[in-house]
Design a protein around this ligand. Structure first.
Ligand SMILES: Nc1ncnc2c1ncn2[C@@H]1O[C@H](COP(=O)(O)OP(=O)(O)OP(=O)(O)O)[C@@H](O)[C@H]1O
Ligand SMILES: [Mg+2]
Length: 408
């Protein structure tokens, strides 16, 4: 139980951390990429300003490109006339995309990653529109820088997560320790208290019994009082036994494991409960899917689990009702279902039935003598066998309790 709480705590802690680190990394990465790109655009703008001055309108009306080399490594310039015809070019990082006067910014991935901008060229002297200059620069360097940055960031995050997992393990263990300790203390107290209560209760019961054996020696009228004492003591004995059992199951007390066939587990129960069923005219039926299927378990505890379920089914089913015990072998699991058509449970009640001391209100009006521990014990036994106990039900239609155990 504590392990799963610890795991959940650690998991939520790590999820929060991943979210925080992830958004932090994303923000840093976006800012970094944007600033790299802005630097590249600034360089292109400078180049573009120079490039526009290289295109000149000659006196004879011909447009010419200067021979002067203006590009640096990884850059290129292309000049176009007003109709988009190529007039001249310089440099290696050429855009191979078709020229488009309306697209100011152009990006390409292949054959080489290049980014470029196009500007309108007006003649220096006359201001007449004479063509376009398209300047570009290779983004190979930029992409490589980004990749290095990404792997650095990724490595950093992985390292931070690894260290945080270790730290988280230590922290959650530290945080859970006092809780585990006080829980263990509480269990020990319950176990000790119920154990210590046994003998005085036994003494009360035995004394009441002895007194009742000689009714003539009792003052008339006191007989009822002794009977009440005896029945209260019996009820308290059962209660302390249940509490003791629960406390021991919590402490994962070793079980007496043996291979048990389903038939040998369930058939004796039928004999045991037949009379009780008959007295309420309840039809008790058993359907074994595979009676020879074997579970590994503690026979006494599993019997106790099933008697708790049967006890409830008989108690919370009105006269003339039906109870069905069914088994089913499903691959790795064995299911034992105890189904009745009694008073049933609402969905809210189903969520609570396995809680200690919980009883539905209508159970009290059914004159339940119990304490509300039966199902808590049944579930604790199921868990100690690496199994599970669950309920499905509809109010006034009946309840079905399903025990799932690993098959041998
Ligand atoms: N088959 C059932 N049909 C309807 N309600 C049920 C059924 N089984 C259990 N319940 C409800 O769940 C409550 C808890 O059951 P649980 O067996 O834990 O306690 P109990 O039967 O009241 O007392 P105890 O078993 O300790 O003698 C019951 O009081 C009852 O309200
Ligand atoms: Mg019960």
């Amino acid at each position: 139980m504590f392990k799963s709480i610890r795991d959940r705590l650690l998991l939520s802690y790590l999820l929060v951390l991943v979210a925080v680190l992830g958004s932090f990394a994303l923000a840093v990465r976006i800012t970094f990429a944007r600033s790299l790109n802005e630097q590249l655009l600034a360089r292109l703008e400078v180049l573009s300003r120079v490039a526009t001055q290289e295109l000149e309108l000659e006196d004879d009306g011909v447009i010419e490109v200067d021979d002067e080399v203006i590009v640096s490594v990884n850059q290129a310039v292309q000049w176009f006339d007003v109709n988009g015809n190529l007039l001249g070019q310089q440099g290696d990082a050429l855009l191979t995309l078709p020229f488009s006067p309306t697209e100011v910014l152009q990006r390409q991935r292949s054959p080489a990653p290049v980014q470029g901008i196009t500007t309108v060229v007006n003649d220096y002297d006359t201001g007449q529109f004479i063509g376009y200059a398209r300047v570009s620069e290779s983004t190979v360097e930029l992409n490589a820088t980004l990749r290095r940055f990404d792997s650095g960031l990724g490595g950093g995050i992985a390292l931070a997560l690894g260290l945080s997992t270790l730290g988280g393990l230590w922290l959650t263990r530290q945080a859970m320790r006092p809780i585990e300790q006080s829980f263990a203390q509480l269990q020990r107290f319950t176990a000790d208290a119920s154990h210590e209560l046994r003998s005085p209760l036994m003494a009360i019961r035995a004394n009441a019994e002895v007194a009742l054996k000689y009714p003539e020696a009792i003052r008339s009228g006191d007989r009822d009082k002794f009977t009440a004492i005896q029945s209260a003591a019996t009820q308290m004995t059962a209660l302390t036994e249940d509490l003791l059992l629960l406390a021991r199951l919590d402490q994962t007390q070793i079980l007496q494991m043996e291979a048990i066939t389903l038939a040998s587990l369930i058939e004796p129960l039928l004999t045991l409960y037949q009379t009780q069923a008959d007295s309420k005219a309840i039809q008790l039926a058993v359907k074994l899917h595979d009676g020879d299927a074997v579970v590994n378990g503690d026979r006494i505890q599993l019997t106790r689990l099933l008697t708790n379920l049967l006890d409830n089914a008989l108690r919370y089913t009105p006269e003339q009702g039906q109870i069905l015990i069914q088994t089913e072998v499903k691959g790795e699991h064995i299911q034992i279902r105890v189904q009745d058509n009694g008073i049933g449970l609402t969905p809210e009640q189903q969520a609570q039935v396995f809680e200690r001391f919980w009883q539905a209100d209508q159970a009290r009006t059914y004159q339940s003598k119990g304490a509300g521990l039966g199902l808590a014990i049944a579930q604790a036994i199921a868990h100690s066998h690496n199994g599970s106990l669950s309920v499905t039900s509809q109010l006034n239609q009946g309840a079905c309790f399903t025990l799932k155990l690993p098959a041998q």
